[in-house]
Design a protein around this ligand. Structure first.
Ligand code: SAM
Length: 376
């Protein structure tokens, strides 16, 4: 029963957090790799992983691995799989491809060749061909080609798992929800003391903190996954998983999580996102400049993602701003543990406080640091 090998992908640097998540879900043979984690389990474990994993971008089910030094080898390798067991002509499909250090160098070409092989196989076996639907396919197929070794996988979620369903409006420089969840996990917040994001933007960090503390499954808000449209989908198991997740969800204590920003529109967005996530009243939002924000009484964890110049903000002004972050932390947040996530290392030095930890993470292609400051 527990024999299926899966691979969950995540942002580089979050592999260990994902390992902990998978172990907590009871998965076996959990092993961190580069940009993801391999694990073993039943199909139910695969469904559960899609519903609960906070830091995974995708959950893949590898179906074949083969040596692939040419386009013919790719076509033959993909064609040889019994696609007719997984895909009917009435279903839609899409192929994602990522390549590294291989003879085939164009991912779009590799995706096209893979699609051709699958379509030809279904047409040969069933007389008709399935259509391609890049955005919302019934079956998304993932091709990973590294050093001429090709792995073909089925994408269980079928869509990026950062799409929790609570963020729908366009936003400037938001964190991906999966990365935000990873930062919350790395901050070691105990879910009991205060949690504050004083530069909350669209609210990703307070929202992910709230989902964690209320034991809300990350996929529960928008439980539409690719596997639900597969021919072998087990709707009874899925129904039980959803019922269990609904039961586990609990009310958040008042005055536990705080989000603040100096920008009124950011707060409007945050409030709307929190409403959609069903935790509207549990987070306290306020409009303040960080330098003037009063910490809630008692101690806790401050986690923030200040502008860092890659996408918004202006480097010179930001130097002063980062200096001010350091001064504010030192003067107003004594007794707290502060974490600052930034993609600009020179700027982070302007904070002027000695960091207790520096964790390397990637926000897309940008190398970032999560810095910990103990404010004695
Ligand atoms: C990179 S964005 C944060 C994005 C957020 N983590 C998200 O996922 O949407 C930085 C935020 O810092 C806010 N900000 C900049 N300077 C500030 C200040 N002095 N006080 C409070 N907020 C500030 C900006 O308005 C912006 O929303």
């Amino acid at each position: 029963m527990n024999k299926i090998d899966f691979f969950a992908t995540t942002a580089k640097g979050l592999e260990d957090v994902l390992v902990d998540e998978l172990k907590a879900l009871g998965c076996r043979n959990v092993k961190a790799g580069n940009g993801g984690v391999a694990f073993t389990g039943s199909m139910e474990d695969g469904y559960r992983a899609c519903l609960w994993l906070r830091t995974a971008n995708r959950v893949l089910l590898p179906v074949k691995s083969f040596h692939c030094p040419s386009q013919d080898a790719l076509y033959e390798g993909v064609y040889s799989l019994a696609w007719e067991d997984r895909l009917t002509p009435e279903m839609t499909m899409a192929v994602d491809a990522n390549l590294r250090d291989s003879e085939i160098t164009h991912s779009r070409f590799a995706a096209l060749k893979t699609k051709d092989a699958i379509v030809d196989r279904i047409r040969d076996r069933c007389g008709e061909r399935p259509n391609v639907e890049p955005k919302d396919p019934d079956l998304r197929i993932n091709l990973h080609l590294a050093r001429n070794q090709c792995t073909v996988s089925l994408d269980l979620a079928g869509t990026g798992m950062h799409r929790r369903g609570y963020r729908r409006d366009p936003t400037i420089a938001p964190l991906k929800e999966t990365l935000a969840a990873g930062l919350v996990a790395l901050s070691e917040w105990d879910c009991q003391s205060h949690f504050v994001d004083p530069m909350c933007g669209s609210g990703s960090l307070p929202l992910e903190a709230a989902l964690l503390a209320s034991d809300t499954a990350s996929g529960l808000l928008s439980p539409n996954f690719g596997f639900q449209r597969w021919p072998d989908f087990d709707s009874i198991i899925w129904k039980h998983l959803l019922e269990d997740a609904e039961q586990r969800r609990r009310q958040l204590r008042a005055n536990l999580i705080f989000g603040s920003d100096r920008d009124r529109r950011a707060l409007e967005l945050s409030r709307r996102n929190a409403e959609r996530a069903g935790i509207g009243s549990s987070i306290r939002w306020s409009q303040h400049d960080f330098a003037k924000l009063d910490p809630p009484a008692g101690q806790g964890t401050l986690l923030c993602n200040p502008p860092y110049g890659e996408r918004i903000g202006d480097e010179d002004k930001l130097e002063d701003f980062y200096r001010k972050i350091g001064d504010t932390l030192k003067q107003r947040w004594t007794g707290w543990t502060a974490w600052v996530f930034t993609g600009n290392l020179p700027l982070s030095k302007r904070i002027g406080l000695k960091s207790a930890r520096r964790i390397v993470l990637y926000n897309g292609p940008i190398e970032c640091r999560l810095l910990k400051f103990e404010l004695y």
